[in-house]
Design a protein around this ligand. Structure first.
Ligand code: HPA
Length: 242
């Protein structure tokens, strides 16, 4: 019989641990890339279901990076286990989003102050319609200061966290409605992360890179995605160790 793990989906390897702050890209191979290119002495702590997680040093301080998978069900499962069973205090999502607001351009960094969602996940909180998924103010402020220092074009605003990437009914003008109420970009995880952090009394922030624009059709080339990924990463890592 194997050892008994307190959590269902993460199994921290013997002799390893998770840092207090975890960066979460959707793609586990991106977590591996971040660990190998940005962290000193990265150590793999989890590989259950291929959801690679590493702990290493950035500017001499411990940070972990682990994939979240795509969408609210996957991210919230990992986020809750990290918060509840592994002593994690803060999670920073690093990911891409599609621009909705006219003011948001490809390559911009967007710090999600809050998120609106069509997901049923918020039903778990059982205060229907009353909980506003919100970032941690201190982390948001730090990320803003870091972005300003780096001279990166950055917006702060509210995002739309959708359970759908493809809408089966083309007549559903969901993104138009999101734009009409001032939501700035669409992605698939932030509201779930913020609600999980709030319910677990922990901290969270989404640092997003605008990879495409839903209405203008503009999208980045692979080289531009690499450059903007680097800016988003620097902001997230500097925020993680402050
Ligand atoms: N929809 C959902 N998630 C996304 C998008 C989008 O258009 N672009 C990048 N992430």
């Amino acid at each position: 019989m194997g050892k008994i793990s307190p959590s269902a989906c993460i199994d921290v390897k013997d002799g390893t641990h998770v840092a207090k702050v975890v960066l979460m890209p959707g793609d586990p191979l991106r977590a591996k890339y971040v660990a190998e290119h940005y962290l000193e002495n990265p150590v793999l702590f989890n590989d259950v279901r291929g959801m690679l997680g590493y702990t290493g040093l950035f500017e001499g301080k411990e940070v972990s990076v682990m994939g979240s998978g795509m969408g609210i069900p996957s991210l919230t499962l990992y986020a809750h286990e990290l918060f509840s069973f592994y002593g994690v205090e803060a999670i920073i999502r690093i990911g891409s989003a599609g621009g909705i607001a006219d003011s948001v351009k490809c390559r911009d960094v967007l710090l999600a102050m809050s998120a609106t969602t069509n997901s049923a996940y918020s039903d778990a909180i059982d205060l229907p319609g009353y909980v506003a998924p919100t970032a941690d103010w201190g982390m948001l402020k730090t990320a803003w200061d870091m972005a300003e220092e780096m001279g990166v074009r950055t917006s702060v605003g509210s995002v739309y966290t959708s359970d759908f990437f493809y809408y089966p009914n083309a007549a559903m003008k969901v993104n138009e409605k999101a734009k009409a109420v001032g939501l700035m970009a669409v992605e698939m995880e932030t509201a779930g992360l913020y609600l999980t952090a709030m319910a677990d009394h922990k901290k969270a922030l989404s640092v997003l890179s605008i990879s495409d624009h839903v209405f203008s059709g503009e999208h980045l080339s692979p080289e531009e995605i690499r450059d903007s990924f680097h800016e988003m990463m620097e902001i997230a890592l500097k925020t993680a160790v402050r």
